[in-house]
Design a protein around this ligand. Structure first.
Ligand SMILES: [Zn+2]
Ligand SMILES: [Zn+2]
Length: 330
Protein backbone atom coordinates (compact mmCIF):
# COMPACT_ATOMS: atom_id res chain seq x y z
CA UNK A 1 0.00 0.00 0.00
CA UNK A 2 1.53 3.29 -1.01
CA UNK A 3 1.20 6.44 1.00
CA UNK A 4 2.46 9.80 -0.18
CA UNK A 5 4.34 11.28 2.72
CA UNK A 6 5.17 14.82 3.55
CA UNK A 7 7.19 16.37 6.37
CA UNK A 8 4.25 16.32 8.76
CA UNK A 9 3.40 12.66 8.23
CA UNK A 10 3.87 10.31 11.11
CA UNK A 11 6.28 7.46 10.49
CA UNK A 12 4.41 4.21 9.65
CA UNK A 13 6.49 2.38 12.29
CA UNK A 14 4.20 3.78 15.05
CA UNK A 15 7.05 5.61 16.79
CA UNK A 16 4.96 8.78 17.01
CA UNK A 17 7.75 10.71 15.28
CA UNK A 18 7.61 12.21 11.81
CA UNK A 19 8.94 10.02 9.01
CA UNK A 20 11.82 12.33 8.21
CA UNK A 21 13.01 12.21 11.82
CA UNK A 22 12.46 8.46 12.16
CA UNK A 23 12.85 5.84 9.44
CA UNK A 24 13.58 8.03 6.42
CA UNK A 25 17.30 8.52 7.17
CA UNK A 26 17.67 4.74 7.45
CA UNK A 27 15.82 4.19 4.18
CA UNK A 28 18.21 6.75 2.68
CA UNK A 29 21.27 4.74 3.70
CA UNK A 30 22.11 5.62 7.31
CA UNK A 31 22.79 2.48 9.35
CA UNK A 32 20.61 1.57 12.33
CA UNK A 33 22.18 2.11 15.77
CA UNK A 34 20.29 -0.80 17.21
CA UNK A 35 18.24 -3.77 16.08
CA UNK A 36 14.95 -2.25 17.25
CA UNK A 37 15.41 0.74 14.93
CA UNK A 38 16.28 -1.66 12.13
CA UNK A 39 13.15 -3.68 12.82
CA UNK A 40 10.98 -0.53 12.82
CA UNK A 41 12.54 0.71 9.59
CA UNK A 42 11.91 -2.66 7.94
CA UNK A 43 8.26 -2.52 8.98
CA UNK A 44 7.87 0.97 7.52
CA UNK A 45 9.71 -0.20 4.37
CA UNK A 46 6.97 -2.81 3.90
CA UNK A 47 4.32 -0.11 4.35
CA UNK A 48 6.05 2.22 1.90
CA UNK A 49 6.91 -0.39 -0.79
CA UNK A 50 10.69 -0.28 -0.39
CA UNK A 51 11.63 -3.89 -1.23
CA UNK A 52 15.29 -3.05 -1.89
CA UNK A 53 15.63 -1.88 1.72
CA UNK A 54 14.21 -5.19 2.98
CA UNK A 55 16.70 -7.11 0.84
CA UNK A 56 19.69 -4.95 1.85
CA UNK A 57 18.96 -5.38 5.55
CA UNK A 58 18.46 -9.17 5.41
CA UNK A 59 21.38 -11.23 6.72
CA UNK A 60 23.30 -12.85 3.82
CA UNK A 61 22.89 -16.24 5.53
CA UNK A 62 19.22 -15.83 6.39
CA UNK A 63 17.10 -18.91 5.58
CA UNK A 64 14.66 -16.35 4.13
CA UNK A 65 17.24 -15.01 1.64
CA UNK A 66 16.15 -15.46 -1.98
CA UNK A 67 18.92 -15.54 -4.61
CA UNK A 68 16.64 -14.18 -7.29
CA UNK A 69 16.23 -10.58 -6.11
CA UNK A 70 13.66 -9.80 -8.78
CA UNK A 71 11.42 -12.58 -7.50
CA UNK A 72 12.07 -11.50 -3.91
CA UNK A 73 11.16 -7.88 -4.70
CA UNK A 74 7.98 -9.07 -6.38
CA UNK A 75 7.00 -11.10 -3.30
CA UNK A 76 7.59 -8.13 -1.01
CA UNK A 77 5.69 -5.89 -3.40
CA UNK A 78 2.74 -8.32 -3.52
CA UNK A 79 2.69 -8.58 0.28
CA UNK A 80 2.69 -4.78 0.63
CA UNK A 81 0.09 -4.32 -2.08
CA UNK A 82 -2.31 -6.82 -0.50
CA UNK A 83 -1.88 -5.51 3.03
CA UNK A 84 -3.38 -2.57 4.80
CA UNK A 85 -1.04 -1.79 7.67
CA UNK A 86 -2.14 -0.70 11.13
CA UNK A 87 0.06 -0.12 14.12
CA UNK A 88 3.30 -1.80 15.03
CA UNK A 89 3.45 -3.01 18.62
CA UNK A 90 6.79 -4.00 20.15
CA UNK A 91 6.42 -6.60 22.93
CA UNK A 92 10.04 -7.38 23.76
CA UNK A 93 13.49 -6.19 22.75
CA UNK A 94 16.73 -7.80 23.93
CA UNK A 95 20.06 -6.71 22.48
CA UNK A 96 23.43 -8.29 23.27
CA UNK A 97 26.72 -7.43 21.56
CA UNK A 98 26.14 -9.13 18.21
CA UNK A 99 22.72 -10.71 18.66
CA UNK A 100 19.30 -9.17 19.23
CA UNK A 101 15.74 -10.38 19.48
CA UNK A 102 12.60 -8.32 18.88
CA UNK A 103 9.10 -9.66 19.44
CA UNK A 104 6.47 -7.53 17.79
CA UNK A 105 2.86 -7.57 16.66
CA UNK A 106 2.16 -6.31 13.14
CA UNK A 107 -1.47 -5.23 12.97
CA UNK A 108 -2.73 -5.50 9.40
CA UNK A 109 -5.60 -6.58 7.23
CA UNK A 110 -5.47 -8.40 3.91
CA UNK A 111 -8.47 -8.47 1.57
CA UNK A 112 -10.57 -6.94 4.40
CA UNK A 113 -9.69 -9.78 6.77
CA UNK A 114 -7.61 -9.44 9.90
CA UNK A 115 -4.10 -10.74 9.14
CA UNK A 116 -2.37 -9.59 12.32
CA UNK A 117 0.68 -11.65 13.23
CA UNK A 118 3.23 -11.83 16.02
CA UNK A 119 6.86 -12.33 15.08
CA UNK A 120 9.88 -13.29 17.15
CA UNK A 121 12.65 -11.90 14.99
CA UNK A 122 16.35 -12.49 15.37
CA UNK A 123 19.07 -10.04 14.37
CA UNK A 124 22.82 -10.42 13.99
CA UNK A 125 25.52 -7.78 13.78
CA UNK A 126 28.18 -8.23 11.11
CA UNK A 127 31.15 -5.85 11.16
CA UNK A 128 29.21 -3.20 13.04
CA UNK A 129 26.00 -3.42 11.00
CA UNK A 130 22.75 -5.01 12.18
CA UNK A 131 20.97 -7.46 9.87
CA UNK A 132 17.64 -9.25 10.12
CA UNK A 133 18.35 -12.98 10.38
CA UNK A 134 15.14 -14.95 10.82
CA UNK A 135 11.60 -14.61 12.12
CA UNK A 136 9.25 -17.08 13.78
CA UNK A 137 5.66 -16.10 13.00
CA UNK A 138 2.39 -16.81 14.76
CA UNK A 139 -1.08 -15.74 13.67
CA UNK A 140 -2.78 -13.06 15.72
CA UNK A 141 -1.49 -11.33 18.83
CA UNK A 142 0.58 -13.83 20.79
CA UNK A 143 2.15 -12.34 23.91
CA UNK A 144 3.10 -15.93 24.89
CA UNK A 145 6.07 -15.66 22.55
CA UNK A 146 7.77 -13.42 25.11
CA UNK A 147 10.75 -15.12 26.69
CA UNK A 148 12.74 -13.83 29.59
CA UNK A 149 15.68 -16.19 29.03
CA UNK A 150 19.03 -14.63 28.29
CA UNK A 151 20.55 -17.69 26.61
CA UNK A 152 21.91 -16.38 23.34
CA UNK A 153 22.27 -18.09 19.98
CA UNK A 154 25.88 -18.71 18.95
CA UNK A 155 27.50 -17.57 15.71
CA UNK A 156 27.06 -20.27 13.06
CA UNK A 157 29.89 -21.54 10.87
CA UNK A 158 28.91 -21.39 7.23
CA UNK A 159 29.79 -23.19 4.02
CA UNK A 160 33.40 -22.26 3.29
CA UNK A 161 34.46 -22.20 6.98
CA UNK A 162 37.33 -24.65 7.54
CA UNK A 163 35.95 -26.05 10.78
CA UNK A 164 33.11 -27.70 8.83
CA UNK A 165 35.71 -29.87 7.06
CA UNK A 166 37.60 -30.99 10.19
CA UNK A 167 37.22 -34.28 12.05
CA UNK A 168 35.92 -33.34 15.50
CA UNK A 169 37.58 -34.49 18.77
CA UNK A 170 35.91 -36.86 21.28
CA UNK A 171 34.58 -35.35 24.53
CA UNK A 172 36.44 -36.72 27.56
CA UNK A 173 34.19 -35.29 30.28
CA UNK A 174 30.67 -33.82 30.37
CA UNK A 175 31.48 -30.54 32.13
CA UNK A 176 29.10 -27.67 33.00
CA UNK A 177 30.46 -25.80 29.98
CA UNK A 178 29.37 -28.70 27.72
CA UNK A 179 25.87 -28.52 29.26
CA UNK A 180 25.77 -24.76 28.69
CA UNK A 181 26.92 -25.26 25.11
CA UNK A 182 24.02 -27.70 24.54
CA UNK A 183 21.54 -25.05 25.80
CA UNK A 184 23.07 -22.42 23.54
CA UNK A 185 23.01 -24.83 20.60
CA UNK A 186 19.29 -25.40 21.20
CA UNK A 187 18.67 -21.63 21.14
CA UNK A 188 20.81 -21.35 17.98
CA UNK A 189 18.90 -24.14 16.25
CA UNK A 190 15.54 -22.61 17.12
CA UNK A 191 16.62 -19.11 16.11
CA UNK A 192 17.18 -20.46 12.58
CA UNK A 193 14.26 -22.87 12.54
CA UNK A 194 16.53 -25.93 12.38
CA UNK A 195 15.87 -29.51 13.51
CA UNK A 196 19.45 -30.54 14.14
CA UNK A 197 22.78 -28.91 14.90
CA UNK A 198 26.31 -30.27 15.37
CA UNK A 199 28.95 -28.59 17.55
CA UNK A 200 31.29 -27.79 14.59
CA UNK A 201 28.44 -25.68 13.18
CA UNK A 202 28.88 -23.34 16.16
CA UNK A 203 32.70 -23.36 15.98
CA UNK A 204 33.34 -26.18 18.48
CA UNK A 205 35.23 -29.09 16.92
CA UNK A 206 33.94 -31.72 19.38
CA UNK A 207 31.84 -34.86 18.95
CA UNK A 208 28.44 -33.56 20.02
CA UNK A 209 25.20 -32.86 18.21
CA UNK A 210 21.55 -32.23 19.03
CA UNK A 211 18.39 -33.09 17.13
CA UNK A 212 14.72 -32.40 17.60
CA UNK A 213 12.99 -35.75 17.95
CA UNK A 214 10.28 -36.33 15.32
CA UNK A 215 6.91 -37.19 16.88
CA UNK A 216 3.73 -38.32 15.11
CA UNK A 217 0.15 -37.31 15.91
CA UNK A 218 -2.93 -39.60 15.56
CA UNK A 219 -3.17 -38.82 11.85
CA UNK A 220 0.46 -39.76 11.31
CA UNK A 221 1.57 -36.16 10.72
CA UNK A 222 5.14 -35.49 11.75
CA UNK A 223 6.03 -32.71 14.16
CA UNK A 224 9.23 -32.01 16.00
CA UNK A 225 9.32 -32.69 19.71
CA UNK A 226 11.96 -32.39 22.39
CA UNK A 227 15.67 -31.91 21.91
CA UNK A 228 18.04 -34.87 22.35
CA UNK A 229 21.80 -34.54 22.72
CA UNK A 230 24.28 -37.14 21.45
CA UNK A 231 27.84 -37.20 22.80
CA UNK A 232 30.64 -39.25 21.17
CA UNK A 233 28.14 -41.10 18.93
CA UNK A 234 29.23 -44.27 17.10
CA UNK A 235 27.08 -45.33 14.15
CA UNK A 236 27.11 -48.92 12.91
CA UNK A 237 25.17 -51.61 11.13
CA UNK A 238 23.25 -49.48 8.56
CA UNK A 239 20.32 -51.22 6.86
CA UNK A 240 20.85 -52.15 3.23
CA UNK A 241 17.45 -50.60 2.49
CA UNK A 242 17.82 -46.89 1.65
CA UNK A 243 15.46 -43.98 1.02
CA UNK A 244 15.80 -40.54 -0.50
CA UNK A 245 14.55 -37.23 0.89
CA UNK A 246 15.42 -33.55 0.63
CA UNK A 247 17.80 -32.19 3.25
CA UNK A 248 18.96 -28.74 4.20
CA UNK A 249 21.58 -27.47 6.64
CA UNK A 250 21.87 -24.35 8.82
CA UNK A 251 25.48 -23.97 7.62
CA UNK A 252 24.38 -24.02 3.98
CA UNK A 253 21.24 -21.86 4.15
CA UNK A 254 18.74 -21.76 1.27
CA UNK A 255 20.18 -24.90 -0.41
CA UNK A 256 18.13 -28.10 -0.44
CA UNK A 257 18.94 -31.37 -2.21
CA UNK A 258 17.89 -35.01 -2.22
CA UNK A 259 20.14 -37.34 -0.25
CA UNK A 260 19.91 -41.15 -0.18
CA UNK A 261 20.63 -42.73 3.20
CA UNK A 262 20.10 -46.08 4.95
CA UNK A 263 16.65 -46.49 6.48
CA UNK A 264 17.94 -47.71 9.84
CA UNK A 265 21.14 -47.52 11.82
CA UNK A 266 22.52 -48.47 15.27
CA UNK A 267 23.81 -45.65 17.45
CA UNK A 268 25.81 -45.89 20.66
CA UNK A 269 26.25 -42.57 22.47
CA UNK A 270 26.42 -40.80 25.82
CA UNK A 271 23.45 -38.75 26.97
CA UNK A 272 23.89 -35.52 28.98
CA UNK A 273 23.96 -37.49 32.24
CA UNK A 274 26.85 -39.61 30.92
CA UNK A 275 24.79 -42.80 30.46
CA UNK A 276 25.75 -45.03 27.55
CA UNK A 277 22.72 -45.57 25.30
CA UNK A 278 22.53 -48.14 22.50
CA UNK A 279 19.59 -47.92 20.17
CA UNK A 280 18.51 -48.66 16.60
CA UNK A 281 16.98 -45.61 14.91
CA UNK A 282 14.87 -45.46 11.76
CA UNK A 283 13.17 -43.05 9.38
CA UNK A 284 13.53 -39.31 9.86
CA UNK A 285 15.26 -39.62 13.19
CA UNK A 286 17.91 -41.89 11.64
CA UNK A 287 18.32 -39.40 8.78
CA UNK A 288 18.78 -36.46 11.18
CA UNK A 289 21.34 -38.49 13.15
CA UNK A 290 23.32 -39.42 10.06
CA UNK A 291 23.28 -35.83 8.76
CA UNK A 292 24.55 -34.47 12.11
CA UNK A 293 27.06 -37.29 12.58
CA UNK A 294 28.52 -36.46 9.15
CA UNK A 295 29.30 -32.96 10.52
CA UNK A 296 31.54 -34.58 13.17
CA UNK A 297 33.56 -36.13 10.34
CA UNK A 298 33.82 -33.02 8.18
CA UNK A 299 31.20 -34.29 5.73
CA UNK A 300 28.34 -32.10 4.43
CA UNK A 301 25.06 -33.24 2.90
CA UNK A 302 26.03 -31.62 -0.40
CA UNK A 303 28.87 -34.18 -0.65
CA UNK A 304 26.21 -36.89 -0.73
CA UNK A 305 23.90 -35.40 -3.35
CA UNK A 306 23.77 -36.73 -6.91
CA UNK A 307 26.29 -35.56 -9.55
CA UNK A 308 23.36 -33.98 -11.39
CA UNK A 309 22.40 -31.91 -8.35
CA UNK A 310 26.08 -31.05 -7.77
CA UNK A 311 26.23 -29.56 -11.27
CA UNK A 312 22.85 -27.85 -10.89
CA UNK A 313 23.61 -26.33 -7.50
CA UNK A 314 27.24 -25.34 -8.14
CA UNK A 315 26.55 -21.71 -9.01
CA UNK A 316 24.10 -21.34 -6.08
CA UNK A 317 26.75 -22.72 -3.71
CA UNK A 318 29.49 -20.50 -5.14
CA UNK A 319 27.20 -17.52 -4.79
CA UNK A 320 26.28 -18.46 -1.21
CA UNK A 321 29.95 -18.76 -0.24
CA UNK A 322 30.70 -15.40 -1.84
CA UNK A 323 27.72 -13.70 -0.22
CA UNK A 324 28.54 -14.98 3.25
CA UNK A 325 32.33 -14.66 3.24
CA UNK A 326 33.01 -11.74 0.90
CA UNK A 327 29.72 -9.87 1.26
CA UNK A 328 29.87 -9.07 -2.45
CA UNK A 329 26.13 -8.89 -2.76
CA UNK A 330 25.61 -6.71 0.29
ZN1 LIG B 1 9.88 5.00 11.90
ZN1 LIG C 1 23.90 -29.71 8.68
Amino acid sequence: MSIILNMKNLCPCSSGKSYNECCEPLHDGESANNALLLMRSRFSAYVLDLPKYIIQTTHPASPQYIDNHQLWEKRIYDFSKNSSFGKLEVLEFIELDTYAKVIFVAHLTQHDKDATFTEKSHFEKIQGTWFYKYGQLMEGREPNLITTGQIRPLPISYYGDEILRKKAEPISEITPSILKLVEEMEETMDASNGIGLAAPQVHHSIRLFIIREPVYDDQGNMEFGKVKAFINPKLSNPSSETWTAAEGCLSIPTIHADVTRPKEIDVEYLDLQGNTIKKRFSGWEARELMHENDHLNGVLFIDRMSDDDKTKLKSLLDNLRKRIHDGTEL
